[in-house]
Design a protein around this ligand. Structure first.
Ligand SMILES: Nc1ncnc2c1ncn2[C@@H]1O[C@H](COP(=O)(O)OP(=O)(O)OP(=O)(O)O)[C@@H](O)[C@H]1O
Ligand SMILES: [Mg+2]
Length: 393
């Protein structure tokens, strides 16, 4: 039973209702069905990428729920520098324990301990030990995945691994994953090989594809899906439906304002929806009208201002110049070359600031080769902030 007063919106939390993501969800779920139904090994690592707050984790979690409903075993980890594979291996060991009544073999435990490169920060930076540890990590990961996927077959299902924030994983760890997955794929196709029901899905910021393809030709082993802001019909559903389920109707003028203010950016959709909900609650009606919307929007605007400021403060002086140049162009998006020309620099000299801004989630790559400010209204905030400042003239 829904608490009629609790807000059905989730600013900053995982959304369980993810309209507008049907295409991406269907693509990932097709793989799940292949794993569960045909004991298929999904050889491509599928990555959902997009800007901060656009709904990647929510999407991955939704697919995880489907996997569980299909009876698949799942392992969900969040990557971080120097610690992606070790936590994954530990989680897989935990799954193994759940799947098999037998105690873990020494051989399996040994493999688990060798998956994570377990590097210190200096080694991460130099990537030294990574190179020598690589073959052992690859074969250990293969062993662990094969054992766990094999154990799931007792129930005739399979294993799905999810890795969030993939852009934060070290290149060496990404290399281990990609190599292991490729070798498993080759082995599955060998004559007489046993089935290996498994898939690997990930999510990351817009910089993920570049991170993954950095220095090595892994591109063909991955399939990238980009998620961007919600189209109007999906943002409408995200606002309207949760309210309806709680017995509350949005009047169209109220909905219109919130759709305009949030610009389809999923985090803003939730934030504005939530604040409007709270302002309605104070009047406790079963409709959301224009007055509710106006006062809720004013409350949310204040938080959005802080949100922009937080982002702006995270940018260095050089990065702010890049952001201000895009804001001043008046364009929705700019190609790398256009941006470099506007900054009066060579395209290559832009790389450092660009990579940092993508990593911080301040810039997004809506399509290949183009850049855009992330979050609607951020451009106007930057214009106001830099107005009259000679540094940005
Ligand atoms: N399809 C959707 N429709 C409406 N709101 C959504 C949708 N997907 C996610 N959200 C909301 O958007 C916000 C961001 O979601 P989420 O954390 O999944 O994004 P993310 O891309 O993983 O963000 P980050 O880059 O910070 O990790 C949350 O408030 C969430 O409730
Ligand atoms: Mg996330």
């Amino acid at each position: 039973m829904l608490d009629p007063l609790a807000s059905p919106y989730t600013p900053g939390d995982i959304a369980t209702f993810t309209p507008g993501r049907e295409r991406q969800t269907a693509a990932l779920e097709r793989s799940l069905v292949g794993v569960a139904g045909r004991q298929h090994f999904e050889g491509r690592i599928q990555v959902v990428q997009g800007a901060r707050g656009v709904g990647k984790t929510s999407l991955l979690r939704a697919v995880e729920r489907t996997a569980t409903a299909l009876g698949l075993s799942t392992a969900f980890v969040t990557a971080s520098p120097g610690a992606t594979l070790a936590p994954l291996a530990d989680l897989l060991a935990h799954r193994m324990q759940q799947l098999s009544p037998m105690p873990l073999t020494e051989q399996f435990k040994h493999a688990v301990s060798r998956v994570g490169l377990r590097l210190g920060p200096a080694e991460v930076a130099l990537d030294v030990r990574a190179a020598s540890a690589l073959p052992s990590a690859v074969s250990s990961l293969k062993q662990v995945v094969t054992a766990v996927a094999g154990a799931t077959q007792a129930t005739n299902r399979g294993l799905v691994i999810f890795i969030d924030e993939l852009q934060d994983a070290d290149p060496s760890e990404i290399r281990v994953l990609a190599t292991a997955w490729q070798e498993l794929q080759a082995e599955v196709h060998a004559a007489g090989a046993a089935a290996l029901p498994a898939a690997l899905m990930a999510a990351g910021l817009s910089s993920t594809q570049e991170r993954v393809t950095e220095g090595a030709s892994f591109a063909e082993r991955f399939r990238f899906e980009t998620v961007t802001n919600l189209p109007e019909n999906a943002a409408t559903a995200a606002l309207f439906q949760p309210a309806l389920e709680a017995g509350v109707i949005w009047e169209s003028e109220a909905l219109e304002i919130v759709l305009t203010r949030s610009g389809g950016y999923p985090y803003f959709v939730q934030l504005y929806g939530h604040e409007v909900w709270l302002s309605r609650e104070r009047r406790s009606g079963d409709r959301i009208d224009l007055d509710d919307a106006r006062s809720g929007v004013a409350a949310a605007d204040e938080q959005v201002e802080l949100f922009y400021r937080g982002r702006w403060n995270r940018a260095t002086a050089a990065e702010r110049r890049v952001l201000a140049t895009i804001a001043r162009s008046g364009l929705e998006e700019m190609s790398r070359a256009e941006l470099a020309a506007a900054l009066g620099m060579h395209s290559n000299d832009l790389s450092v600031a660009r990579a940092a801004l993508l990593g911080k989630g301040l810039l997004a790559v809506p399509r290949r080769g183009v850049l855009a400010l992330n979050a609607p209204g951020f451009g106007q905030f930057i214009l106001d902030e830099t107005d009259g400042d000679p540094q940005f003239a």
